[in-house]
Write a protein that binds this ligand. Structure first.
Ligand code: GAP
Length: 435
């Protein structure tokens, strides 16, 4: 597929203009790899996370949700291998001090930015560090977690002791993770502060392939549920040399972003690598009982790992649409209804007619009472055409206009986002229609 850099620019600009995503600290010139979510972005992101939680946790009997801390004791990340393995080979320019991935350089001696001399390639660690307590020394060193997974492994025994689950079972969480990416880029694609949705699914070693396939299908289902274009998604088997240090098999789900085909999600078979290492480093027995054989075993793990920010970006890339309506060009987000930040917007035709305003408020308030899980908006700013365009740009599936006929016969105009079609419907019908 040809790359479309214009599309990316349009999405970034819409995100800022319409309150989805802002560059962090932009009044101070921004900070590469950090973005803040505005009101509509937050609503869309929460909808993505809620759908994930529903599918991977609430709707299942075999998955337990947790929320573990972000600041992580260094022993945990030493045991997991991150403190040594989570690094890129980088060359540093002796003049401008910029660092470049050695495997991305055409000339390994010359800085591609300033022409200065590049030093020998060496490991640069990707974890963000902090210190706990008063002293800033080796003993107080801690890390901001680079993946949510380790908080799951360190809670494995707690869940087993509290709930006595039978294998196979999973532990899930959604949360922030941090990576000192050397080249953050492409908007939300490569960030330094990210959010992940991860399940560690514990199985008897002989059943890992079945669990891998079951979770692969669940990931495909999630991609469909949140409206990522499936014709732009493909699966890539990761080769032995390219897999993370803990994995015996990994599939990447790739998406054709406007800047190229790139990793969206990963599904990894982590074996007993993590539990085994935490068991030997902590000295605590992490084996659990196999109900059938009555023997203690160390389970193996399958991990579907999904980035929230990359989901958000793929959803926007899939939903961004330009067309012509009524002879005018328009931009709209063709978001799934259960993902849109606003489900329906209610307008009085004219804002200077108190009878219309009061009726519109009444409709808005009564719909709000029944809309427990989705957001409604009230808008009386500018002419109706402008209000429609604004709602189209944030992906609102329905617009409801209260006009003079409403006062006579209790009907309103219901406009469909995608077709622009307007139909006359009874107020009592609205709840059913927008649900
Ligand atoms: N626990 C496994 C793990 O963290 P990963 O492939 O490093 O594996 C999993 O990350 C997912 O997290 C990726 O597929 C992607 O969706 C998201 N992700 C990773 N690094 C990211 C970054 N720098 N910016 C945005 N999302 C990122």
């Amino acid at each position: 597929m040809p790359k479309d850099p214009d599309l990316m620019e349009k999405i970034v600009s819409l995100c800022k203009r319409r309150g989805f995503v802002y560059p962090s600290f932009d009044i101070y010139g921004g900070l590469a790899g950090f973005f803040d979510y505005g009101p509509y972005g937050l609503a869309l992101k929460n909808n993505i996370k809620n759908l994930w939680w529903k599918q991977f946790v609430t709707n299942r009997e075999d998955v337990y949700g947790i929320d573990s801390v972000i600041v992580t004791k260094k022993e945990v990340l030493q045991a997991s291998g991150h403190a040594r393995g989570f690094a890129d080979m980088l060359s540093e320019c002796e003049k401008c001090k910029r660092r470049f991935r050695a495997d991305h350089l055409e000339n390994t001696n010359k800085c591609p930015e300033c022409g200065g001399k590049l030093g020998e390639a060496r490991h640069f660690y990707m974890m963000l560090e902090t210190h706990i307590g008063a002293a800033e020394d080796e003993a107080s060193l801690a890390y901001l977690r680079p993946e949510t997974a380790q908080g799951i492994f360190t809670n494995f025994k707690n869940i087993v002791d509290s709930f006595h689950p039978k294998l196979p079972f999973g532990i899930a969480q959604i949360g922030k993770a941090f990576r000192n990416e050397i080249a953050p880029r492409d908007f939300l694609f490569r960030l330094r502060e990210i959010e992940q949705m991860e399940v560690e699914y514990f199985v008897k070693p002989e059943f890992w392939k079945d669990a891998f396939e079951m979770l692969r299908k669940e990931m495909v289902k999630f991609i469909e549920t949140i409206g990522i274009r499936t014709d732009k998604v493909s699966e890539l088997e990761i080769s032995d040399e390219d897999r993370a240090h803990y994995s015996k098999r990994t599939i990447d789900f790739e998406f054709e972003f406007p800047f190229g085909k790139k990793e969206l999600y990963g599904l990894a078979y982590r074996t007993d690598y993590d539990l085994g290492n935490h068991q030997s480093s902590s000295g605590v027995d992490l084996a659990c009982l196999d109900e059938e054989t009555k023997e203690k075993i160390l389970p193996h793990v399958i991990e579907p790992s999904l980035g929230v920010d990359r989901s958000f970006l793929a959803v926007l890339c899939s939903a961004y649409t330009e067309d012509e309506l009524g002879g005018e060009k328009r931009v709209y987000l063709k978001l799934n209804k259960n993902l849109a930040p606003v489900r329906a917007a209610i307008f009085p035709l004219l804002k200077n007619k108190p009878e219309l305003v009061s009726k519109a408020r009444e409709v808005y308030e009564s719909l709000k009472l029944s809309a427990n899980s989705y957001q409604l908006a009230y808008d009386d700013n500018g002419n109706i055409g402008k209000r429609y365009r604004r709602q189209d740009e944030i992906g609102t599936p329905f617009c409801i206009t209260i006009d003079f006929d409403t006062l006579e016969d209790n009907t309103v105009t219901l406009r469909d986002r995608d077709s622009g079609e307007q139909t006359r419907v009874k107020i009592e019908e609205l709840i059913r229609l927008i649900k």
